[in-house]
Write a protein that binds this ligand. Structure first.
Ligand SMILES: N[C@@H](CCC(=O)N[C@@H](CS)C(=O)NCC(=O)O)C(=O)O
Length: 231
């Protein structure tokens, strides 16, 4: 038996991307199983196939190897925390306690916030818009908050490395879907935030996920707008 991570479509499932990256970054072996979400029950957490593996009816869900039985973990942050406990301190959260508390704050802000960004900039990794649309006021405010947060963390931790807290952490995995959204919707950010976005988008494990963003015909360039990477 091995760890099995149940995920949604790699092009669209922003929640799934986060723990997938965390497990890869931790070097924890797992088998991935993609479940189709375009099925009856979607949006109501009633997809039968998903409910069969996750009690709350959402992906991601991890079925982890346990000494006695399978351990089911049905939330992206819970999976990330479980992963952090499987590896040495410092691998997935900063080793320094103050940095770790801040990394958790940033991660939780993403996990429970940015609702307007999620609403208006849904993840679609293959898609490229040429120009950003006019955003509603709440979306503009949240995009500004995101830029300020990334810029502040990058300025303070630049001496430790190129990630939000210097070395790669769970916080970076939680912001990875946003990095793709900023690229998809041609959002112009500050220089420092854009450089961080590009660090995430150039990560080898992120690129491995992106390579799986194929459409129903198995083609990677599914979008008609401008797709520099896949065309
Ligand atoms: N809080 C959950 C949210 C997961 C979530 O909303 N997943 C979406 C797909 S990206 C889902 O499974 N939706 C199924 C539905 O709403 O029926 C987590 O962080 O894991």
């Amino acid at each position: 038996m091995s760890n099995v991570l149940f995920i949604g479509d790699k092009n669209y499932s922003s929640w799934s991307l986060r723990p997938w990256l965390v497990l890869r970054w931790a070097g924890i072996p797992f088998e991935e199983r993609v479940l189709r979400l375009d099925q009856p029950g979607y949006g109501r957490q009633e997809i039968a196939e998903v409910k069969a593996v996750a009690p709350n009816g959402t992906v991601p869900a991890l079925h982890a190897d346990g000494p006695m039985d399978r351990l089911v973990i049905w939330d992206s942050l819970a999976i990330a925390e479980w992963a952090a406990e499987q590896v040495a301190p410092g691998v997935l959260w900063p080793e320094d306690a103050a940095l770790r508390a801040q990394a958790r704050s940033a991660t939780c802000e993403m996990h429970s916030g940015f609702a307007a960004v999620r609403r208006d900039l849904s993840m679609n990794i293959r898609r490229r818009m040429e120009r950003a649309p006019e955003w509603p006021e709440d979306t503009r405010r949240q995009l500004a908050r995101l830029d300020a947060l990334w810029s502040d963390l990058r300025e303070r931790h630049a001496h430790l490395g190129p990630w939000l807290f210097g070395t790669r952490s769970i916080a970076d995995a939680f912001f990875a879907p946003v990095a793709t959204r900023l690229r998809t919707y041609a959002v112009e950010g500050s220089g420092i935030a854009t450089a961080y976005r590009d660090t995430v988008l150039a990560d080898a494990d992120f690129l491995a996920w992106q390579a799986g963003c194929v459409d129903d015909r198995g083609e990677a360039s599914g979008h008609p707008v401008v797709d520099g990477l896949y065309r």
